[in-house]
Design a protein around this ligand. Sequence first.
Ligand code: G6P
Length: 613
Amino acid sequence: MCGIVGYTGGGQAAPILLDGLEKLEYRGYDSAGVCVQDGGGLKVAKAKGRLSHLSALLEGGKALQGTTGIGHTRWATHGAPSDENSHPHIADSGKIAVVHNGIIENYQKLKERLLAAGKRFHSETDTEVAANLIEYFYDQGFDFKMSVRKAVERLEGSYALGILCRDCPGVVIAVKHESPLVFGFGKGCNYIASDVPALLKYTREVCYLSDGDMVLFTDREAHFFDAAGDPVVRTPEHIGWDASAAEKAGYPHFMLKEIYEQPKAVRDTLSPRLRDGEIALDDVRLPADYLRSLRRVYAVACGSAYYVGVQSKYILEKLCKLPVEPVLASEFRYADPVLGEDTLVIILSQSGETADTLAALREAKARGARTLAIVNVVGSSIARLADDVLYTWAGPEIAVATTKAYSTQLAVVYLLALSIARQLGTVDGARFEALYAQLERLPDLLEQVLDRRTVAQLQYDASRYFHNRDVFYIGRKLDSATCLEGSLKLKEIAYLHSEAYAAGELKHGPISLIEDGTLVVALATEPAMFDKTVSNIREVKSRGAEVLGLTIERLGEELQKTVDSALLIPETDPLFQPSLAIVPLQLFAYYMALMRGCDVDKPRNLAKSVTVE
Ligand code: G6P
């Protein structure tokens, strides 16, 4: 979703802005623009389409001289992708330039008032309202900072803003409310960006702005203010990972790199918490008394993180005997959920900034539930707001379609379930030890799944099926939850219609869509459910489906008798099997997308971090 970069210092701004925007391309966008200040003037260049197009227009930045600037990649919300709707937006009299991430919900009302006051508009965006509103106060004699403050007080919705004023060369003001914004401390220069990768080439000293924060900065100074306008101190945090973690490192796509990083990411997530035969959940305190008082657990998230929530239902209910309800965050926030002190709300999010998930977390807290976040981005809004946090140590995830964040979230759910079960005494010692041992082995087993033969087979299968129109994913219990994620991957990056169904439910409707050649991906990894799923496979086979089956090595021969192609994965406890089963489905979607000529890392219409509702 929209990306913001801002810079002021001794160097030329445009090349730095374009470079930073390139690092934010992963967020998803449809147009890009920069505004650079040279002495007094505000010079803007913006264009619909890829950033490379804008960069070519600006000869890599050389064509736009100036040492202060703001830049933007836009993901359209108000008004179609077009040159006019692209940011930065310049206010009517040309004194204020603004880039914006988020949605200004009361923009229509504000626009009417500004029109009545004589301001003219040239785009359909909500952002132009912010630019004109700031300029409206500036025209009344307020200084740059006070004009921004007065405008922001009137904005409703979510926003991260980067702002320049024609009369204040060398000064940038940025404001954050419910959309992410990071400040970068440089030497003789300073930066803002929507995310750290945009800054890593220039500085590792950053601070994540809090909601309500405003920062006014020049090349040598940065003044921070809280929502009340009072000065506050924001200290730099050192970013440990380097720029190479956010580079492709020889892989053709970030997604493929991130798929291959899964054994390491899962190891990094599990191993510090598997200590001397016990589960160590960082600083999270879930005392046995509290756990015994729990009546209900919600797992709340969006997208793939929600599908980890669906997995968590099977895992926590089986191991901890606690009722778990997975709920989509966009529904949860308005659904009037039954919450109280006897409710634990688990919030799952890679970015820690997803607007609906953040709102659901606020709702849960307001209603008195205890909240535990499983988050990848350290210091993100969700991580800071939740009562407890368990980080997934996946490292930066750049491809829009998540892989390693999903896998590490699953790993944290295993740790959490085992820890709770241990305290509640819902698993006996021998079962705990067996599960613990399986968890320790999981990263090695993930490496085996990424074996060259499996990958070659998946490439071959993709080459056979990439022309298909519809794909169905079926499985039972945990396999059905894995199907949801496998099917989402295919939709996201290969633009293929696909549905995931609990195998036993297929005959209640979707089986009518099966015809000669329809592809069905069938997961049968749980031995106890194997025969049941094979019966469902026979049902689709007898209606003409082509079936790509997936099971554990021990059951491979049996499955091969029924399916057209069988994928085999190593065996672990059925509760942990989804960690291994998802990897071939990720690779299958990846190779299908390649064969269909899709832009794997930046799929159309999608954003990595969905910071608007
Ligand atoms: C977007 C991404 C998905 C992600 C979802 C939730 O749709 O494309 O990959 O699962 O948002 O994001 P979060 O950062 O909250 O996990």
